[in-house]
Structures are given as C-alpha cells and as structure tokens.
Design a protein around this ligand. Structure first.
Ligand code: FAD
Length: 512
C-alpha cells in the first residue's frame, strides 16, 4: 500500500509544482516567526495564506472589530511583503480545508508550517480536522508554539523552567531575502475597499502599529505604568496597550520580553518594565490553562460549580447596554463599546458585578465581553472570567465594589463624565452613589433618575450580600472541595499550591 501511494504521489509531483504552505493565523507578523523561518530554510517555494473562515466569522465571541483588526494586520503584512520579491499573500474567504483543496489542485503540497493556536473550541475542532486532512493526503503539518505554551501539558512541575528557556532563545527572524513565493493562477487581490470600515476609536492593527505602541510605552509611557494601572482613564495612556497586537500576533511575546531586557540598562523605569515583563509571564500562564483544559470555554474549571443556579434575565440586558444605574459600571461598558479597551480592574469589576451582584450566567458575560474586547484572547479571557466569577473554588474571591472603585479610581469623575455626558453637571462626590441624590438635587443638576439616567437596578449591598452567601454555601460543599487537588495539579505552579491551600484553610467562611 505504502509503495503504491508513494508512486502515485511521485507521479503527481511530476505533474504539479511542489510547494510548502505557510498558514498565517493569529501570528500576523514577519519577525520572530518560527514557521515562516523554517519554511524558508526548507527551500521549496512557499504559498503564503490566511483564511477568513465563515464558521469562525459566525462564532458569537468574534465581531466586526476583530475582523477589521485582522484585515488591517494583513494589509500591513502585504505591504511589507512587497519589499521581498513582491511576495504574495493569499487571503481566502473559505474554510481552511476548502482552501487547502484549492491549493492542491495546482500544487503538490509537501509541508504546512503554522503556529499552534490556543483558541476557542471552533478553532480546536478545525485544527483536529486539518490534522486528519493532512494525514489523509500525506502532508506534513509542522506546528510551532508562540507563547511558550506546551501542547497537552498535564502538570506544571517543569513549566516555569520551560517558559524561561523559551524566552531566552534567539528570536526566529525569517531570512526574507530568500523568500520565494508561489501564486495560485486565478488568485485575485483581496478587495480591501469593501471591507475596511475604519473606526478611528479602535487601535489599528498591524506589525507597524504594534511596534509604535510598544516603542512609545518603553521609552515614555511606562513611567507611570503600575501607579496608574487601576485608573480607567489614566491607564489608557500609561499601560502598554500591546494586548491586541499580541492577540493577533503582530508582536511576539518573546520579542517584547527581550526588547525590554535590552532596554533596561538605559531605562529610568526599570521597576515598571519588570512589572510589564511579569504580565507577559501571566499571559503564558493563562494561555497554558486553556490549552490544558479547553473545555473551560463551556464549563466551569471546577465542575462542582455546575450546580450554581445563576440566571439570565433582563438585568443582563441592562448590564450589557450600560443601563444599570451604577455610573462606573455603565461608563466602563460604554467605553468598551466605543473603543474596544478597558483596563484590568474595570474588566474584573464588570464581571463580578454581573455574576455576583446581578447573579447572571458567566457564559453570557464571557461572550458579550469577548465581542467587545478588541484584544479578545481566549487563553486569557476564559480563565480570567472564571476566576472573577468564582468558578475555580480556590482563588480568594474579590468582588469589586463599584462605589469604592469610582471613589478610589475616578475621584474627579473624569472617566464617568466622559462616557456618560448626561451626568456632566453632577458634582463628582455624588457620582459613585448617584441614587442617593434628592429630587431637588436631580432637578438642580439636570439629571432626573429614571428619565435622564437609569435608577440603580439593584440595591448593591443587599443583592451582593445575598448572592455571596448563596455562593459560599455551594463553594464549601465536598463536590467542589474534592476537585481542588486535580485542579492544583493541572493548573498551578507547584510553589504556589501550598499558599493556596493555606489561604483556603483560613479564608473559607464558616457554613452559613
Ligand atoms: C475578565 C477579564 C478578561 C480579560 N480578557 C482578556 C483578553 O481577552 N485579552 C487580553 O489580552 N487580556 C485580557 N485580560 C487581561 C488584561 O485586562 C489585559 O491584558 C490588559 O488590560 C491589556 O492591556 P495592556 O496591553 O495595556 O496590558 P499591560 O498591563 O501592559 O500588560 C502587557 C500584556 O501582558 C498580558 N497581561 C496583562 N495582564 C494580564 C493578566 N491579568 N493575565 C494574563 N495576561 C495579562 C497581556 O497580553 C497584556 O497585553 C482580561 C482580564 C479580565 C479581568
């Protein structure tokens, strides 16, 4: 059988030109790109391709803003490729396997080079189908890790060392001078004009832009990085804002880590840069969690929480459309809708408000936020949502009180008033608990609650206390506690496990 197939393949090779494929996914850059680098070294002509997959376009987590960012990244990539023998990037609007079939009608494909994707269930399923397809057609598929994520890892015992090793490795810059691409005969250039509905308030995609953001952060903006990281307004400037560029692979995590390392000796902001590097570690740590337990997109990390009876009612709609009557919550949601970005603390507050104060289903919360986050990165998003919604069973629960967040992190109401102009005339000290305004104050400041701005949809203290009790009643049950050992083994770095266990002993409130 083997000999027959080989002869068959040999005959096809005579008829068709041999080529390798470099399949771009969320790695839209030309630097530190191991698959492209390896494909050039392999020597055969290369067909470069990217797929807008109809099945992925339909998934609820992705929305127009994501595809716009991908298009901008591809446009930048195409522009850069022109300097290398006018290399052609094929952009398909088909499922991946359909596209590979089109390529195989004209070329004998030897190897597909790509990065490993840590994505949603839809991309995981697609990758399984591609693997099968490759086996069927005797195509080798070489996948490379881009965030130090290890496929199929079952324990974190040696993980830290492996990440460190990955970060120290030389960058894998492709030798683009030797890039020889091939082109499909009927290949038409991608029509950008139809697709590009540029929304100026979103960060624009592409390697060129990513470098600009990173450079301005390292040289200037990092000065106040950690001091302002919790401030919804100031952090927009003082945080790196590299997240969408990492999510679409315009920049590689290793590239950024090493660039910071080499910049440190001449920097005045070394501690800030070190905090930034720590977050790059966290990135890997979280991506690894999703890789090790891909089901967390659909079910709680700790399955005992399947018994949690959170609902989905009209309060979800109020939260999603910025009509809760809690100014910092609504301002964060409007800001996110308009710009695709909000800082970490406000993300966490949005989740705890929805899942604890309003007791809404975490999956709906995750999907809504994924659609809005320009930097939607499944490997960070799902573990973070689950942690904030209390679904691991071992993290210290932090419920972000929106009154305290507004008082501490937006004391002058600058952020709130920017996104809720209807509150423009209200003195900042009244904003965090706006529902306490008297009827006279409402008239005087030109904002009548229930007319100009919603009345608070819940009594914060009462609702949160009640739901916390419900939550802890369940969390203390053996069904949840019994899962922890396996969760620790799969997801936790060994040196941290003891600390979690100690905290668990001291922090679990008595049964209510
Ligand atoms: C509920 C929730 C959902 C989130 N979903 C996403 C998401 O889909 N995509 C995303 O990139 N980040 C997500 N984050 C993490 C974090 O809020 C963003 O990475 C950060 O705000 C992006 O801004 P920055 O690039 O300026 O970050 P910086 O503070 O400058 O950090 C640099 C990079 O480190 C990584 N990073 C930062 N914080 C974290 C963290 N806590 N965990 C893991 N990696 C981190 C990101 O890649 C980030 O771009 C989420 C956080 C929460 C609470």
């Amino acid at each position: 059988m083997q000999t027959i197939l080989s002869v068959h393949r040999f005959e096809k090779m005579i008829q068709k030109q041999l080529c390798n494929i470099v399949w771009f996914k969320r790695d839209l850059r030309l630097t530190d790109h191991a698959p492209l680098s390896a494909a050039i070294v392999a020597g055969s002509p290369i067909l470069l391709c990217y797929f807008f997959e109809p099945s992925l376009l339909r998934t609820p987590q992705y929305s127009a803003r994501h595809w716009q960012f991908a298009q901008q990244s591809l446009s930048d990539l195409q522009e850069r490729l022109k300097s290398y023998n006018n290399a052609i990037l094929h952009i398909f609007k088909t499922e991946v396997i359909t596209g590979f079939e089109q390529i195989r009608q004209h070329f004998e494909v030897n190897t597909i080079f790509s990065h490993m994707e840590i994505g949603i269930a839809a991309t995981f399923e697609r990758d399984k189908a591609v693997k099968q397809y490759c086996q069927q057609h005797q195509i080798e598929w070489k996948e490379y890790s881009q965030d130090a994520v290890i496929r199929g890892l079952k324990s974190r015992t040696h993980w830290e060392k492996q990440v460190e090793h990955f970060l120290q490795q030389p960058l894998e810059h492709p030798d683009l001078k030797h890039l020889k691409t091939v082109q499909l005969p009927e290949c038409k250039p991608f029509d950008w004009s139809k697709k590009n509905t540029i929304v100026p308030s979103f960060q624009p995609g592409g390697e060129t832009m990513g470098r600009k953001y990173f450079s301005s952060f390292v040289h200037h903006r990092a000065a106040n990085y950690i001091h302002q990281i919790s401030k919804p307004e100031a952090s927009r400037v003082s945080s790196s804002r590299v997240s969408p560029f990492l999510a679409y692979g315009n920049l590689s995590m290793r590239q950024l880590y090493q660039a910071v390392e080499s910049h440190k000796p001449s920097s005045k902001h070394v501690p800030m840069l070190e905090h930034f590097q720590t977050r790059l570690w966290w990135r890997s740590h979280y991506l690894q969690k999703l890789e090790s337990q891909w089901q967390m997109e659909h079910e709680p990390i700790n399955k005992g929480f399947l018994a949690l009876d959170r609902t989905l009612d009209e309060r979800f709609e109020a939260w999603a459309t910025a009509k809760t009557g809690f100014p910092i919550v609504d301002a964060s949601m409007r800001c996110l809708e308009a710009t695709g970005y909000i800082n970490f603390r406000m993300r966490a507050m949005l989740v705890t408000f929805a899942t604890f104060t309003l007791w809404q289903d975490w999956k709906a919360v995750a999907t809504h936020l994924a659609r809005l986050f320009l930097d939607f990165e499944p490997g960070i998003h799902y573990p973070q949502i689950q942690m904030q919604a209390g679904l691991t069973g071992y993290h210290t629960m932090r419920i972000f009180n929106p009154i305290v967040q507004a008082e501490k992190h937006d004391p002058d109401g600058v952020f709130i008033k920017k996104w809720l102009p209807e509150l423009q005339n209200i003195p900042p000290k009244l904003l965090p608990e706006i529902w306490k305004m008297t009827a006279l104050e409402q008239r005087f400041y030109g904002c009548v609650l229930g007319k100009d701005y919603p009345k608070a949809i819940v009594d914060y203290e009462v609702a949160t206390r009640f739901n916390k009790e419900r939550y802890w009643n369940l969390r203390n049950q053996p069904d949840i506690q019994n899962q922890l050992e396996a969760i620790f083994a799969l997801h936790c770095i060994p040196k941290n496990i003891k600390e979690y266990q100690e905290k668990l002993k001291s922090k679990i409130p008595p049964k209510l």
